[in-house]
Every structure is written in structure tokens, then in C-alpha cells.
Design a protein around this ligand. Sequence first.
Ligand code: PEP
Ligand code: MN
Length: 265
Amino acid sequence: MEPQVVVQIGKVKIGGPNFTVIAGPCSIESEQQLLTTAQAVKSSGAALLRGGIWKMRTSAAAFQGLGAEAFPLIKKIKEQTGLSLISEITDIRQVEQTFEIVDAYQVGARNMHNYSLLKELGQQSKPVVLKRGFSAYVDEWIKAADYITMGGNPNVILCERGIRTFETATRNTLDLNGVVYAKTKTNLPIIVDPSHAVGISALVPQISYAAAAAGADGIIVEVHPKPSEALSDGPQALTFDKFNIMMKQLEKVLAAFDKKLNTSV
Ligand code: PEP
Ligand code: MN
């Protein structure tokens, strides 16, 4: 296999010797919410910020994200904190719309099979975080990444976010097998989303430690100032305190594998 690909988002290198934590709210809800979350996750050791602009909700009546209204506040908060932002795009038109404010495009689980979107992202140079579809085989997930890399954009990070199985006790079933297996089949960095995988905030830390121990290159985690008031995915969001405690423990797990946390600079 070709040597491991290292993908750079802002100043942060994913896929190198260090482990990268990407954290932030599911949806960007307000300036205050995004700013306080960005500051909190950064001070606990996250290297990159996440936050949804357009949300792919199961119910059309549910909060769909701030959309373009979020652009000015994102610009301001990125300047204030120095953090780079990863955000999902759900439509080809959003590639250009968000070009100035998003540092890496996320393709969500629902869009992993949206090959016209993937082809468009292959024409860009900006990094892409490609989530695994709920029911996609590992092989299909890796082949979906080919649509981007073969188009000419080598900057792809794969993200395992849980798949659908017969088990419904947790939101999804994290396929750690798939992470370890995919590592032998692709040279792209692979991260894990423990929040969507398990769906229960109290269980997110253990799943994160397991991902680190399994050799993932990082995690993408949902954090909210007041999870009970979140407009999306509150039950799986960590509070600032819980995130901080998790990060301390995660550093110990990483140390067992001679790894360190990536920082935002
Ligand atoms: C998200 O990251 O908020 C999200 C919607 O993820 P997924 O596409 O994995 O469901
Ligand atoms: Mn979410």
C-alpha cells in the first residue's frame, strides 16, 4: 500500500503521528453558543472545531440549521479563537457558498452515496471528511472516497460514525472492526465519531478511548454548553466539563500507544 496520507486542515495535520480531536456543537445555533463552545473545546485540547450549518434531519419539521445566517458569526469566531472549522455540506451549491468560511467539508452519512457531490469535491483541493453511510460496507465507503481522490483531491479523511444493526439500545453500532480493517485497505486517515455512533453522552468517553486504542487518527465529538437545550442531538452532546475530563483521560490512553494530542497551532 502507498504510504499513509496526511491531510492538513488549517495548521492541523491528520493522519500523522498525533491524534486529532475535533469538537463542537451538532448545529451552530447562535454566536454565543458557538463562541463559548469553541473556547471551551480549545482550552481542553481540541485542535479543530465542528458545527453544522445545514442539518440533515430525519423530520422536515425539525430545526434545519441557521444556513447562511451562520456565516458572519463563523467568520468572527474563527478569527477570535484561531480554530479551523469542519462543516457538512449537503448540496453541490454549498461548495462555493461556504468556500471562504469552511476549512474542511464534511459529507454526512446520508450523502456518502451522493456521487455527484463526491465528484464535485474531487474538483476541489479543500479537505473532505467522508462519513460512512449507515448501511454501507467498508468496501463501499472506501470506494466512495475514490470518487474524490480520483477526481484529483487527495485530501480525504474517512469517518466511521456507527452503522445500523439489529441492536437498537444505542443509536447506532460503532464498527471498530471496520476501522481496524479499513486501515489495512486504505492509506487515508480514519477518524471515529463516537457521538453519532452511541447517541448517549455518558457513553461517549469510553467509545472515544476505544477508538484511540484501535488506532484511529482522531475523533469528532459533539459538545454543547447546555445539552438539554440543544436544537439537535442534545442527548449525545458532552458538557464542557465532561469533555474536559474525557480529554485528560484520552491523553493517558494515547500515551500507552506513544501518541500525543494534536494542538490547534
Ligand atoms: C453530524 O455530524 O451532525 C451528522 C449529521 O452526522 P452523520 O452524517 O454521521 O449522521
Ligand atoms: Mn449531530
